[in-house]
Design a protein. Structure first.
Length: 200
């Protein structure tokens, strides 16, 4: 077994833990996924997987393909058990993510496509960032840790690593770990605020 295949399997294992813990949190009524974010993530990662394939990303594409399937599955699930407070900003972020298809078709460069995907990935995070600011207990930070870890493993599954082939997995890793930190810090801030209010 090559080291690329080994790290893809590690990425798959981390993905299964990520989605398993997230699904369990939904089942327990602790997590309310936002359909817009999950659909947008699925769309953006699907285009990213194709661009990664064009760039010779090797087995790393398999790990991204698994993410695509699971993101679309959670977006459907979110329609029934997810966040119901849909704002105008959420619609704008969804529209921004959908624009990735237009820009993807306008460029023949997979590197340019990946750069655009990173920009529009920020749009896809907005609905979940917004709802997590109000209720950070509605998203499990440990699940996003596992999400980032799978992309960390994917970095080592690229057969001939270059800045171009490492760019997208690195961005996904960094964004998931940043979001996990954001949730943890927001929880801490609200808990401290509640504690101060209780002593007054």
């Amino acid at each position: 077994m090559s080291h690329e295949i080994f790290f893809v399997w590690l990425s798959v294992a981390a993905s299964l833990i990520r989605y398993g813990t997230y699904g369990l949190s939904i089942y327990r009524g602790k997590t309310r996924p936002h359909a817009f974010s999950w659909f947008s993530w699925g769309l953006v990662v699907a285009i990213g997987a194709y661009a990664q394939f064009r760039l010779g990303g090797g087995p790393s594409v398999w790990g991204l393909a698994l993410v695509v399937v699971c993101c679309f599955a959670f977006s459907v699930l979110a329609l029934f058990v997810g966040e119901k407070d849909i704002t105008r900003g959420d619609w704008v972020s969804l529209g921004g993510a959908m624009m990735t298809i237009v820009f993807w078709k306008l460029t023949n460069s997979p590197v340019a496509a990946l750069a655009l995907l990173i920009v529009f990935d920020i749009f896809s995070y907005w609905p979940t960032i917004r709802k997590s600011w109000r209720d950070p207990w509605g998203e499990p930070p440990h699940s996003y840790f596992w999400a980032g870890l799978r992309y960390f493993f994917l970095l080592f599954s690229v057969p001939h690593p270059t800045a171009s082939t490492l760019l997208y997995p690195f961005w996904l890793m960094a964004s998931d770990w940043t979001f996990a930190t954001y949730i943890a810090l927001r929880r801490k801030a609200l808990a401290e605020k509640k504690q101060v209010a209780s002593t007054i």
